[in-house]
Design a protein around this ligand. Sequence first.
Ligand code: C2E
Ligand code: MG
Ligand code: MG
Length: 479
Amino acid sequence: MPEISSFLNNVQLVVFVAMSAALAAMATGLWYERRQRMRNEKQVLDLKQEMLQHSHHDQLTGLPNRKFLLDVLPLRLKESNPFAFLYIKFPRAAEVRSSLGHDISDELTIAIVRRLKEVMDAQHFLARLSASSFAILYPADNPDMAMDKAQQIQRVLAKPYMLSGQEIQMISAIGVRHTNGGGDAMNVLRDAEIAMQNVQHKHIDAISVFESSMRAQLEMRYELETDLRRALYFETGQMKVAFQPIVSIKDEKLVGFEALARWQHPSKGFIPPDKFIHVAEETGMIVPLWNFILTESCRQLAGWLPFMPDGLRPTIAVNLSATQLNSPGLYRSLENALEITGLPPDLLKIEITESGLMLDYDVTGPLLEKIRTLGCSISIDDFGTGYSSLSYLLRLPVNDIKVDRSFIKVMHDTPINRELVRAIIDMGHLLHKKVVAEGVETAEDLTALRAMGCDHAQGYFFCKPMFAAQVPEYLQKFN
Ligand code: C2E
Ligand code: MG
Ligand code: MG
């Protein structure tokens, strides 16, 4: 019996030890599992935090992004304290990126943010909305206070940036939306953007304060954009070329035509270039417009050449927008037009505005040289309305200078105005350029310009722009 009892004791001991071991193992397993779970949870939390940081912040600058702004804006609006929403856009940012490269463009963005932070305090909220736009929210009791701050910010941004040995000048377009709180966040953002869009095509530093009439203007603009797209891509016949003669002042003989775009809208009637060229520029539709005007002008002139009165060999001048200077197919489009129309290249002129030419010599200089090697010539359009540097003018491979109409218009008002026109003509001659006076409307204008030695003239006094069908009859007068 004692053996049995001791045997049972031993069995109990073994069971006890085994159970303890099993329990201990289970406890350790559970502890491990729990620790692992906690680790995983922390990792998930960190990941979530990181994702939140990523999804709510701009990677390059670390600034809050559009999403973050749209979380903050409703809260600010609920507080019902007056504040301003600034929409800042750098219209030339894409140009800088494509011409100077991504690295310099990134450096520039960081330099811009640094400057913005210099004029901000703890109550300001700065966000990066896109590659070329920022938003700032700041307390402002009224629109005037909002404007003062916007001007201060623009002044700071306008100073040149020195990056990798290059001086870069950035223009900014700023839209201001002042609010006393309440309302919808998306509307406030959109209003500020609309105000910015109101000035972004101006090619200068500009600020615009939102007004409700701007919404209607924007709708009209979109309508115009849609109509223009239809006119250029789908419905031939709406867009036409008008030809305005340019004559020699010496003998009033025809020396060339300027090709001017004319848009005959099916229901709105004639829409002048001043109303649609900037829309075409902003939307890229300037390229199909250019191709059409260029080819049509070359084709028409090539067709008139065999019937030209003796001694006449007029050129055709086509306007090129500054925004096209970076467009990759530009040179090819010229080659193409000359090839398919058979127009001699020396009869084709390209008119570029002064401000367009001054944009970036490294881009424009070689391109203009290349155009000239084709045999075409180049005119500076609207001379006197932009900012030219004389040294720049000397280097630019241009043939003609066209004195802007605004100078001719007031030429007889004061002796100074007259001398100004004379000075431009003399300067043009000094640089070995031909000088063309634009907007010559009276015999008095012509006499004065002749006395000053101006070479060519264009204006209503000689002839208004006309459609191709009228040109053969006009040419008759030179027979
Ligand atoms: P622009 O190149 O300086 O063209 C001359 C403008 O002056 C034309 O206006 C012409 O009709 C007008 N003009 C000519 N003589 C007189 C005159 O004696 N008195 C007055 N008051 N005006 C005169 P338009 O056709 O309205 O064109 C305005 C501007 O639109 C052009 O100025 C040019 O910058 C732009 N533009 C016109 N067609 C094109 C085009 O095909 N492409 C591009 N990029 N721009 C164009
Ligand atoms: Mg022109
Ligand atoms: Mg002009």
